[in-house]
Design a protein around this ligand. Structure first.
Ligand code: ACO
Length: 397
């Protein structure tokens, strides 16, 4: 029998306290490099975000979501021919099987759209079960299919839960415009579609956040890309991650008016409550995406009318800067995105699914990168449970 402490493998101390060195443990893996990646870089002190070396703010202003997705996955901006082909292929694969739509009709209408999306994304693996992870054409096809079908599935569930039939995608509309069309059956205003496209670019990638880590762990088992995206969707849904954008609006509604902000915030801080849409593991300044989203919100208000909730949000940001700013806690990407989506007429519980539509690009980039230098993730742990115990029969307990 091997006794505790007798293991001489690397990482084992060999002391009575067997297992990895306790001093290496970092809760939440803070500061621990878990992979090498060439996709995205964050300077959390300067507030800079780059995708494949390009400033995300420039991409949001000058690129399109599909062009950015191509850049993220394949590492270079596409040529005009490559982009045209990519856009056409995504457009051709937008429809989802009637069987998936029928499956979605059996989902409870009060269920959260993120749960519906996770189940629907996973179900794609049943329809496209061939797996050829070393074949570039297979990877291209899977990227196209997922980018094409995720928005259709989000829009389909939105209509199905209202008792309506899903709307077929419109082939003549670009990516973001088509999504808004599938939600409303109305061709969107070009400014609204452009702003949604910019939001998708800003949410497309953000290095090794929780959902991307989840995607990479799943990818490392060499499972199919639909399982990779489904696991990432499940991770994004949580309120500490993508789900925070919904909670920001709930919080602003709870505060109610500008004159209540200070009292509300001080109480929340005293109760050690997390202020939704604030704080980030990487950023110690205002998230650069929040800066752009705030600008986009203002552009929308100028065109389609002001939202008083924006004044409340700005007041909260101003007062929070004096309370939380000294700890490096400032608005993150989720703080202003909800106000943009609200102005676009999007229901609150679709904010996180829209985040998922965008982040699918980043997840797929990480899936491809993981496959290129794969080793299955299998970290160690610090065991804190009981030492060996003798089993007791029921009557002796
Ligand atoms: N409100 C108040 N205090 C905060 C906040 C906040 N939003 N965020 C962090 N803090 C405080 C914590 O209370 C803690 O204080 P302490 O040291 O006195 O105990 C300290 O800052 C460190 O906080 P952690 O939660 O340990 O920081 P971590 O890096 O683990 O978490 C996170 C980052 C999850 C984003 C956190 O800031 C948070 O919960 N924010 C609110 C939820 C949110 O907006 N999430 C969206 C993030 S962006 C995204 O995922 C797309």
């Amino acid at each position: 029998m091997v006794e505790r402490g007798s293991d001489s493998r690397p990482g084992r101390s060999g002391s009575a306290a067997a297992g990895p060195d306790q001093s290496l443990y970092r809760p939440g893996l803070e500061g621990v490099p878990a992979t090498q990646s060439a996709i995205c870089d964050i300077d959390g002190h300067l507030g800079q975000l780059t995708y494949r070396g390009y400033d995300a703010a420039t991409l949001a202003a000058r690129s399109s979501f599909l062009e950015t997705a191509f850049l993220l996955v394949w590492g270079e901006l596409p040529t005009a021919d490559q982009l045209e082909q990519f856009e056409q292929e995504v457009q051709m694969h937008r429809r989802v099987s009637f069987r998936i739509r029928d499956m979605m009709k059996s989902f409870p209408s009060q269920g959260h759209p993120m749960d519906a999306l996770q189940a629907s994304a996973a179900s794609l693996g049943l329809f496209y079960s061939r797996r050829a992870l070393d074949n570039p054409e297979y990877i291209y096809g899977a990227v196209v299919r997922l980018l094409a079908k995720i928005p259709t599935m989000v829009a389909a569930f939105q209509l199905i839960r209202k008792g309506q039939d899903p709307i077929q995608p419109r082939d003549d509309l670009p990516y973001a415009a088509n999504f808004l069309y599938m939600l409303t059956e109305r061709e969107p205003d070009p400014l609204a579609a452009r702003i949604l496209d910019a939001c998708l670019i800003l949410h497309a990638e953000h290095s090794l956040n929780a959902s991307t880590f989840s995607a990479r762990v799943t990818a490392s088992t060499l499972t199919d890309p639909y399982a990779v995206v489904a696991s990432a969707v499940g991770t994004l849904a949580g309120p500490l991650h993508g789900g925070a954008n919904e909670d920001v609006l709930t919080m602003l509604e709870e505060i109610g008016s500008e004159d209540r902000v200070e009292l509300w915030l001080d109480r929340a801080i005293a109760n050690r409550q997390k202020i939704m849409g604030f704080g980030h593991r990487e950023y110690k300044v205002k998230d650069p995406r929040a800066v752009i989203l705030q600008r986009l919100a203002e552009e929308l208000f100028e065109r389609f009318g002001h939202d008083p909730m924006y004044d409340l949000a700005r007041r909260l940001e101003e007062i929070a800067a004096t309370r939380l700013g000294p700890k490096g806690i400032y608005p993150n990407v989720d703080f202003y995105s909800g106000l943009v989506y609200r102005k676009l007429g999007i229901p609150c519980d679709l904010f996180t699914p829209i985040f998922a539509i965008a982040r699918t690009a980043g997840w797929l980039a990480h899936w491809k990168e993981q496959l290129g230098a794969n080793r299955i993730f299998r970290p160690s742990q610090i065991y804190t449970g009981c030492a060996h115990r003798d089993w007791q029969p029921l009557e002796a307990r």
